[in-house]
Design a protein around this ligand. Structure first.
Ligand code: ASP
Length: 331
């Protein structure tokens, strides 16, 4: 029997209505009470909770360090880990952990639910039981999200629906496994085990802004967003296009010359940034904006937090940003 550690962080899966009408997370006992079958899994499942069970909208880098440290401390005692997490920021946490857990060679599967585990029509039980089964399979050695029949690479995942059970998609990479009567793994996509020792990269630099372009965005806004952070993830149009307005380009150019890093992610869910395909992105390439290609915004943000947190020089950050460190970009 495999040993699995279940790490409870909060989220809808463990929520109940308290007083008024809003859902708030409860402690892990509420999950065990609502789901006694958990004790009868085909794996030896033990559990631990983070200091506070939270709505994942409250997630921050300290919580990521807390989760990573739990995994590091328990790494040799367990075969894999399942993290119960709210869906709102699950894609960010999965991306962040994929970078922070250096040398990972065990499965870390995040899951949660759209309806609390105690409710009649809950999706929590299937998600949790299957996540445990996948974790116990010994096939996964990376950070993944399991949700509603599909296993995704965590750093390729985005939350696309706040209502349907199919809350997540992986727009640039097929599912790593599809769950029906059997669990069918897409073995050619699974990452190989890392041969290094596990270590946690704790420093996540949050001096990052997101600049979402829209037609008519003012120079004042562009300037204040870029000036007030060391690193900016720009969400551009289509295949990486921006306005060709000279003032806009000169704000970006000056920022880059002054040592800031600006990366280009697309607002589109599918397709890749291709700077230079249109004249409206050629100038971005010329002034040194870095293409995030098919990385999600969630991943671009957390990858930059991680790389900046290592205290690397700008050139090294730019070089590493373009590489696939954990399968997060198609190269
Ligand atoms: N607000 C909740 C959370 O992210 C939503 C959920 O879990 O589905 O914690």
């Amino acid at each position: 029997m495999k040993n699995i550690l279940l790490i409870y962080t909060g989220g809808t899966i463990g929520m109940q209505k308290e007083g008024k009408d809003s859902l708030v997370p409860f402690n892990f006992d509420s999950i065990l009470n609502a789901f006694p079958e958990l004790k009868e899994c085909d794996a030896n499942v033990e559990h631990v909770s983070t200091k506070n069970a939270i709505d994942s909208s409250d997630m921050n880098t300290e919580n990521w360090v807390e989760i990573s440290k739990i995994i590091e401390k328990q790494y040799n005692q367990y075969d894999s880990f399942v993290i119960l997490h709210g869906t709102d920021t699950m894609a960010y946490t999965a991306s962040a952990l994929s970078f922070m857990l250096e040398g990972l060679n065990k499965g870390v599967i995040l899951t949660g639910s759209q309806i609390p585990i105690g409710a009649r029509r809950t999706d929590a039980k299937e998600n949790l039981i299957t996540a445990i089964e996948i974790a116990a399979s010994d096939k996964i050695s990376e950070v993944c999200i399991y949700f509603e029949d599909k296993l995704f690479r965590g750093n390729r995942t985005v939350k696309v629906n706040s209502e349907n059970f199919e809350a997540f998609e992986s727009p640039h990479l097929p599912a790593l496994a599809q769950v029906g009567i059997n669990i069918k793994y897409n073995t050619s996509l699974l990452r190989n085990k890392d041969t290094k020792q596990l270590s946690v990269s704790e420093n996540m630099n949050t001096d990052i802004s997101v600049l979402k372009l829209f037609p008519g965005i003012s120079e004042k806004i562009v300037k204040s967003i870029i000036e007030n952070s060391e690193t900016t993830v720009m969400e551009s149009f289509g295949s990486g296009n921006s306005t060709s307005n000279k003032k806009f380009i000169s704000i970006l150019k000056e920022a880059i010359e002054n040592g800031k890093i600006i990366v280009n992610c697309s607002q589109c869910l599918r397709g890749s940034v291709q700077q230079g395909k249109y004249e409206n992105s050629s100038e971005l390439k010329r002034i040194g904006v870095i293409s995030a290609k098919d990385m999600t915004t969630e991943t671009a943000i957390t990858k930059l937090m991680y790389l900046r947190g290592k205290g690397l020089k700008n050139d090294e950050i730019k070089t590493q940003f373009k590489l696939s460190l954990r399968g997060e970009i198609t190269v």
